[in-house]
Ligand binder design. Structure first.
Ligand code: SF4
Length: 418
């Protein structure tokens, strides 16, 4: 199966934005959006890292030249470098990765290569931050394109969350109930800045992934009367609903409105306060797409990611993390038709890896995660050749005090057991 890049280049009109066929350097200096792709309508917050101009030689080089330069740099660097590729990353980059996985799997994978001086994370900003938090002293984490943020992670910034916390604790107080449960526990999805993970660490909270969100919510409900869940409303709602929390006890917190747009009594009644954040990639999946897949492929097995809206998760046969989706496909013993609701690079890679099954993306329009798409082989070649020349470029470094609080929240997550 051709890569998503090849499909976009050779079939104009198949992608959600024709600009996707251009090199991402065209957007590096532009403001204020994420460039073409699923999150092109989302605004990059002020203060988000920006990528400077990629040296012209990398913009001009053909993919074949770039691949050869990447291979040569990796040969020269040997064990001094480890390259990580996220499931949603384009094939042209992933082919150079030493490890492929989700963000937390990759941060952990990097720890299995303690001799590597540099970890090149071909993902997005919060992933590189997590890798830096977990890295050993002396290791540098590099994000090949600094503009590869995550529009969902950027929907909750530390100032807005601290402000929300102040308003919520003014309503709830801080005294525990008769069972020793505090009024509210903050829970952040892995897809959030290091500052928010640190906030959770400092305030008795915890981190979750899309694989362990239910376990983490159980952990939080044992210790707290309610939860403030950020930044992804959909993962929070889908998980809490499956645990039996009624929708009317999950108010949404809009950081631009006083009390998040709620009354004090709605908040008092809440079990989960959901932050007004979402993933622009997973928001594209719809109940209509599922209905079409079922009509055109009788017997199709529909699996979607829990970042999809609740109606989509309800209409699917199953929902789960990227790891869940991969394992579900790998475990199918009979040839099966799968319609998958997650990022298209991952879906097409599954289709290539498991040719005994028919696997397609629920969204008929090719629309990759535009922030992940900012990493192009040109940037990978650039940061690797800089390393060969003894220069660490695009280093992501989390301040020590933030990292230490964030580590507390991550360790709570690792200790939480179903
Ligand atoms: S797929 Fe969504 S959550 Fe994941 S990096 Fe892209 S915008 Fe962020």
């Amino acid at each position: 199966m051709p890569s998503i890049d090849t499909i976009i280049a050779n079939a104009p009109g198949t992608a959600c934005a024709p600009e996707l066929a251009q090199g991402p350097w065209v957007f590096d200096l532009a403001a204020p959006g994420y460039g073409p792709g699923a999150s092109m309508g989302d605004v990059i917050p002020t203060g988000a890292p920006r990528q400077g101009a990629l040296p012209a030689e990398y913009q001009r080089a053909t993919n074949e030249e770039l691949h050869e330069r990447i291979r040569a740099a990796k040969r020269t660097l040997g064990d001094r470098v480890v390259v990580l590729g996220h499931f949603y990353q384009r094939d042209e980059v992933v082919q150079h990765a030493d490890f492929l996985g989700d963000s937390f799997q990759l941060a952990n994978a990097a720890q299995t290569v303690p001799d590597a001086e540099a970890i090149v994370f071909c993902g997005v900003h919060f992933m590189a931050e997590t890798a830096d938090i977990l890295a050993r002293d002396g290791q540098s984490v590099i994000l090949p394109n600094l503009a590869a943020g995550c529009s969902m992670a950027d929907m909750a910034d530390i100032d807005s969350v601290e402000e929300a916390w102040e308003q919520l604790t003014a309503i709830y107080g801080t005294a525990p109930d008769a069972d020793g449960r505090v009024p509210i526990i903050p829970v952040t999805y892995m897809n959030s800045s290091a500052a928010l993970k640190g906030f959770c660490g400092r305030n008795g909270g915890i981190v979750c992934t899309s694989s362990n969100a239910a376990t983490v919510l159980e952990w939080a409900f044992e210790r707290g009367q309610r939860v403030l869940f950020f930044p992804d409303q959909h993962l929070g709602r889908n998980t809490a609903k499956a645990m039996g929390v009624p929708l009317e006890r999950m108010p949404m917190w809009n950081p631009r409105k006083p009390l998040g747009g709620n009354s004090a009594s709605e908040l008092e009644h809440a079990r989960v306060v959901l932050w007004h954040g979402f993933c622009s990639v997973h928001k594209r999946f719809s109940v209509d797409q599922i209905a079409r897949a079922r009509a055109e492929h009788p017997g199709v097995r529909v699996i979607v990611h829990p970042e999809c809206p609740m109606e989509v998760v309800d209409a699917a046969d199953e929902s789960g993390s990227t790891d869940y989706i991969r394992k579900a496909v790998a475990a199918a013993t009979e040839p099966t038709t799968f319609a998958i609701g997650t990022e298209v690079n991952m879906v097409n890679r599954l289709a290539a890896e498991f040719p005994q099954h028919e696997i397609f993306c629920l969204d008929p329009v090719v629309c990759p995660c535009s922030t992940m798409y900012r990493i192009h082989p040109g940037y990978l070649a650039w940061v690797l050749e800089e390393l060969v020349a003894g220069r660490v470029t695009n280093r992501i470094s989390v301040p020590a005090e933030v990292a230490s609080d964030a580590r507390v929240a991550l360790e709570r997550m690792l200790a939480a057991r179903p």
